[in-house]
Write a protein that binds this ligand. Structure first.
Ligand code: HAM
Length: 412
């Protein structure tokens, strides 16, 4: 049997409409905050993502990389930031700052699929490039907060932390390695591996063997320089001034390596293991790392599927009018009846087979509020039966007045 590849799924009519609804709200809000859209390719040279860092799983274990027919090594994008940064550099967009960009689209990660985690999934996100300023972080978090609020998502906690400068991190990393080294054999196998590759990620571990050790591990606070402390203080002060609530989670580290200073996640309690609906942070050295000038950035991305799992939005009725012709002549006349109604802006659906009962059932399933039934007798009189599917009332309407009557009925 032909099947969809593992971790992928088809999205059908109503779910597409729910998705467009979420993206539409995000687009509106981004406009409002002064962000312009950017669309980058679904694949880039593998090197674009390799430069994100060698210690992140997203880059080392989860990419779809292939050699194309011309011999180039390409990677399907696992996230949006790298492509946007590449576009900013190669398009020379670094002169007019701040530069505010938003994007949506599919991303690809070779992960173990489960609820809320797929191999092809959609992200929506923003990136803001400007000289580093805590208010840029506040702006981006406020936009994320507004998005979740406008979507009506509750029960979501904002967790925030600072990862300091690259120097701060090096010092903290050394302290963590020296601490965990003493307990190496007590750590989970994953964390033993992280100990040399990326010890900060141990802090993120959910494994009970690691949890007890993490509680007693040195915290980042002791290794942050004054500048980092002040920067973070001003970000929190900005959030306070907007009454955006947060939890300072000192164990929050992100799965991608490029973050400096602020890192944050909006986490839902209603999604099980894949609770992070939106995440991001500041990356002050990434643009340089990828071959561009010194240009700090901050941004976030949300998983659209996760937002949809939490949203109870139901799209409005799709097809308000069902046309039900009975017999050959009515079917023929129906072609222009439906055409005229649609030209007037009405949504009409017509089945092509089945008896009256079957067609009425189908109209009901489509969520129609009006059925237009055309039989030979009515046709002879230049009339059509209009049935209100909510009340069951029906009446005869002259065909030449049908458009006006339907427009009126749908408005009510
Ligand atoms: P990320 O944390 O890797 O960050 O992904 C952001 C969001 O994408 C996650 O919080 C989650 O909602 C969604 N997501 C990630 N992987 C999957 C998956 N396999 N299936 C479904 N949803 C998923 C980034 O991607 C960064 N680029 C965010 C960023 C932008 N940081 C700064 N600017």
């Amino acid at each position: 049997m032909v099947q969809a590849a593992r971790g992928t799924h088809d999205i059908l009519s109503n779910d597409c409409r729910r998705k467009h609804h979420v993206i539409g709200i995000f687009r509106q809000l981004s406009d409002h905050y002064g962000y312009g859209e950017i669309q980058t390719p679904l694949f880039e040279f593998a090197d674009v993502f390799n430069r994100l860092g060698e210690t992140s799983d997203v880059v080392t274990k989860e990419t779809y990389t292939f050699t194309d027919r011309g011999g180039d090594q390409l990677t399907l994008r696992p996230e949006g930031t790298a492509g946007v940064v590449r576009a900013v550099i190669s398009g020379g967009m670094t002169a007019d700052l701040p530069l505010r960009l938003w994007y949506t689209g599919p991303m690809f990660r070779y992960e173990r699929p489960q609820k809320g985690r797929y191999r092809q999934f959609d992200q929506l996100g923003v990136e803001l490039f400007s000289p580093a300023h805590p208010h840029a972080d506040v702006e981006v978090i406020a936009l994320a907060h507004d998005l979740l609020k406008t979507l009506g998502l509750n029960n979501i906690t904002l967790k925030i932390n600072t990862l300091g400068t690259t120097d701060d991190r090096e010092k903290y990393r050394a302290a963590l390695v020296s601490y965990f080294q003493d307990y190496k054999n007590d750590l989970s196998p994953d964390s033993q591996d992280r100990l040399t590759r990326n010890p900060l990620r141990i802090l993120d571990s959910k494994d009970p063997r690691d949890r007890a050790l993490i509680q007693k591990a040195p915290t980042f606070n002791g290794y942050l320089c004054q500048k980092s402390v002040d920067f973070f203080g001003r970000v929190l002060e900005g959030l306070d001034s907007l009454s955006i609530q947060y939890v300072h989670d000192m164990n929050l580290v992100r799965g991608l390596d490029y973050y400096t200073h602020t890192a944050f996640e909006f986490v839902s309690n209603d999604l099980g293991a894949q609770g992070t609906v939106l995440a991001g942070g500041r990356y002050d050295t990434l643009v340089e790392q990828m071959g561009g000038p010194h240009l700090p950035g901050v941004g976030f991305a949300a998983g659209v599927e996760r937002l949809l799992l939490l949203s109870d939005y139901v799209p409005p009725t799709r097809v308000p009018i069902a046309f039900v012709p009975l017999g050959d002549a009515a079917e023929r006349r129906g072609v222009s009846v439906c055409y005229d109604l649609r030209a007037a802006g009405l949504t009409v659906e017509q089945g092509f087979s089945g008896n009256l009962q079957k067609r009425m059932k189908r109209a009901d399933r489509a969520g129609a509020i009006i059925a237009l039934i055309l039989g030979d007798d009515e046709l002879d009189q230049g009339m059509i039966v209009m049935r209100d599917l909510k009340t069951g009332d029906q009446r005869l309407v002259p065909l030449d007045q049908l458009v006006a009557v339907c427009l009126n009925a749908v408005k009510q």
